[in-house]
Design a protein around this ligand. Structure first.
Ligand SMILES: O=C(O)c1ccccc1N[C@@H]1O[C@H](COP(=O)(O)O)[C@@H](O)[C@H]1O
Length: 216
């Protein structure tokens, strides 16, 4: 089963679409972003969310103590670290909360050694999330990366794919993953934000089209 995460949920209308379409995860962005929500907004949105859908806090270099509060207060079921958090940060977070951790690894197209180093720093997470690297931009870029960058990495835990996914390209990406016997066993889910928006606002038609590709 391919899990789906809809990220950047920030309005009551977004929650209504999420509840209807039933992705596995809904992401609240706490990092600086046009999609940023406050702790209070996220708590209110979570109240409206179908309890079967897990919430993910998307964080960029937030102090571990604050990240743990988001999880321990029940706002976030999982923590997605999308910044420069390293192995020591994840180890500290483990002492503060039992929430599962997704570590984003933003892949550099030109440098396999850096990618391997980033993966090693993420090794204590529960999931890897692969995203596109752009300088001066931590995520939500809407840009894809080449899956060939994964070939040189020793992947040993469930992975989410992210970066510029939409209803038009996700089927091909899934097909490519399915054809790779080494990677496919670790392929856990897809994560999308910009690809389900129109003019920066979540678009229920694009959300539905995305789910249709995944679930049929
Ligand atoms: O969505 C954001 O604004 C964001 C900001 C800072 C860090 C991560 C962010 N989102 C994550 O980025 C990827 C890719 O998003 P897209 O589909 O390319 O728009 C995804 O993992 C989001 O969770």
């Amino acid at each position: 089963m391919i899990h789906v995460k809809f990220c950047g949920i920030r309005r009551q209308e977004d929650i209504e679409a999420v509840n209807r379409l039933q992705p596995d995860f809904a992401g609240f962005v706490f990092a600086k972003s046009k999609r940023q929500v406050s702790k209070e907004q996220a708590a209110a949105l979570k109240e409206l969310l179908d309890p079967g859908i897990k919430t993910v806090a998307v964080l960029v270099n937030m102090p571990a103590e604050e990240a743990a509060i988001l999880a321990n207060s029940g706002i976030a079921d999982l923590l997605q670290l999308h910044g420069d958090e390293d192995a020591a940060y994840i180890a500290k977070l483990r002492t503060l909360t039992r929430a599962k951790v997704i570590k984003a690894v933003r892949l550099r197209s030109a440098n396999r050694a850096i990618n391997a180093k980033l993966l090693a720093e993420a090794a204590q997470a529960d999931y890897y999330l692969f995203d596109t690297f752009l300088p001066d931009n931590y995520g939500g870029t809407g840009k894809t990366f080449s899956l060939s960058l994964l070939n040189s990495l020793s992947i040993d835990k469930p992975i989410f794919l992210a970066g510029g996914l939409d209803a038009g390209n996700v089927a091909e990406i899934i097909e490519q993953m399915q054809s790779d016997a080494k990677l496919f066993p670790f392929f856990y889910g897809v994560d999308v934000s910009g690809g389900i928006e129109t003019d920066g606002i979540k678009d229920p038609i694009k959300m539905e089209a995305f789910m249709k590709v995944i679930r049929g």
